[in-house]
Design a protein around this ligand. Structure first.
Ligand code: PMP
Length: 430
């Protein structure tokens, strides 16, 4: 594969953008090598500036659940832009979006639109602190909730990949208020609430972790956290930026039957446009300005073009059987990967929840952060590059979940597994 144009662009970018990118994981620091620059994307495919194409299992880190450049989403955007790009005043599509989210995720009786997942989580913990009058928050090691100061404490994603547990620039006085737990450790959570229960404003969690590879919750674990929060008067926040509308139409809360007090959403509800949202019980959301005293605002929030893209996408995923087909495709991919690894003598364990999956280079079952970081990341990195050379793009880090889309049909899956059979042989050869 020729990468001359990407290489030249990356050289220019590195002079002008920190690390040559606008978001860390894209820089391939974790897997080594240089990123490719994307010219366009269609269906399951990315096309780079050198004319190479790749089957894409990143999907813009989640939003491309119907595939790239879906005609219905594109046409909705084209129609919306005829009327202008931003008004800074209410528009009808915001109301339709709020109606759609509250119908599909009933724990959200009201919602507020924002522009990113980071904004959604920051706003949600402000609301939790304001509503409870308490300052401490609880998060989980390996969970990523965006780059808000309170979350950059043992964070996952780029932070984990880069091996920086806490970012300079975060005041110790603030990070001290963030208590950290191990995901899937029920007793640890009980003990923490026994000690700090009456000081905890909220517990925020990725119900299925997608930022430490892909870690599903143990049976009853989310229910246990729900009970602890209720018992101690803390709010339970599900960060469904990745899981929302993906692991099931109603998100992880529908899949596992656990009702959070607040939910955060991100990129997926923009269909590729910059969007986030948070929502929850009416009595809580009514405390947000201007209905109530807790301040949160955004010039571009509820943007008409972003709302049009998101509404078109949310319409498509409500088709009967949409998530069943995605789930079946994810299982077929993961089963095929395990068989291919086995044939090559490579130890591989997979996790899958709906349209999310994880590939772990280990012969153990994995459902904790400690197990995820103990896997063979060097083997993952070799596999990543072996797949890329064969035209398959996985997330460029061993600590990111994979994403399935409706455009990944049987032919695409077969082509992925053909590449995987060869790539595992390359990993086995060392
Ligand atoms: N929460 C979760 C679970 C995420 O995965 C991410 C980003 N991947 C965020 C929050 C932050 O979203 P954004 O990058 O849109 O700010």
């Amino acid at each position: 594969m020729n990468h001359d144009q990407s290489h030249a662009l990356f050289a220019r970018a590195q002079q002008l953008l920190p690390g040559g990118v606008n978001s860390p994981v894209r820089a391939f620091k974790s897997v080594g090598g240089e990123p490719f620059f994307v010219q366009r994307a269609d269906g399951a495919w990315l096309f780079d500036v050198d004319g190479n194409r790749y089957i894409d299992y990143v999907g813009s880190w989640g939003p491309m659940i119907v595939g790239h450049n879906h005609p219905a989403v594109r046409e909705a955007v084209q129609a919306a832009i005829q009327n202008g790009l931003s008004f800074g005043a209410p528009c009808p599509a915001e109301v339709a979006m709020a109606e759609t989210i509250t119908r599909l995720v009933p724990s959200c009786e009201m919602v507020r639109m924002v522009n990113s997942g980071t904004e959604a989580t920051l706003s949600a913990i402000r609301l939790a602190r304001g509503a409870t009058g308490r300052n401490r928050i609880v998060k989980f090691e390996g969970c990523y909730h965006g780059h808000g100061d309170s979350f950059l404490v043992k964070a996952g994603s780029g932070m984990l990949t880069l091996g920086v547990p806490t970012s300079p620039g975060v005041p110790a006085g603030l990070s001290e208020l963030t208590l950290t737990l191990s995901y899937n450790d029920a007793d640890g959570a009980t003990q923490l609430f026994e000690q700090y229960g009456n000081e905890i404003a909220c517990l925020i969690i990725e119900p299925v972790v997608g930022n430490a590879n892909c870690l599903p919750p143990r049976a009853g674990y989310l229910q246990h956290l729900r009970e602890l929060c209720t018992q101690h008067g803390a709010l339970l926040i599900f960060d469904e930026v990745m899981t929302g509308f993906r692991v099931a139409l109603g998100g992880a809360q529908a899949l596992y039957g656990v009702t959070p007090d607040l939910t955060t959403f991100g990129k997926i509800i923009g269909g590729g446009m910059p969007v986030g949202a948070y929502g929850g019980r009416r009595e809580l959301m009514q405390q947000i300005a201007p209905a109530g005293p807790i301040y949160q605002a955004g010039t571009l929030s509820g943007n008409p073009v972003a709302m049009a893209a998101g509404l078109a996408m949310l319409e498509l995923i409500q088709a009967p059987g949409f998530h069943d087909r995605l789930t079946a495709a994810t299982h077929a991919l993961c089963d095929g990967m395990e068989a291919a690894a086995d044939a090559a003598g490579v130890a591989l364990t997979t996790t899958r929840v709906g349209a999310m999956f994880g590939l772990f280079f280990t012969d153990q079952q994995v459902d904790t952060y400690a197990q995820a970081v103990a896997c063979d990341t060097a083997a993952f990195n070799r596999f990543f590059h072996a797949m890329l050379e064969r035209g398959v793009y996985l997330a460029p880090s061993a600590f990111e979940a994979g994403f399935m889309s409706a455009a990944h049909d049987e032919a695409v899956l077969a082509q992925t597994l053909d590449a995987a059979r060869e790539a595992f042989k390359a990993v086995a050869a060392g």
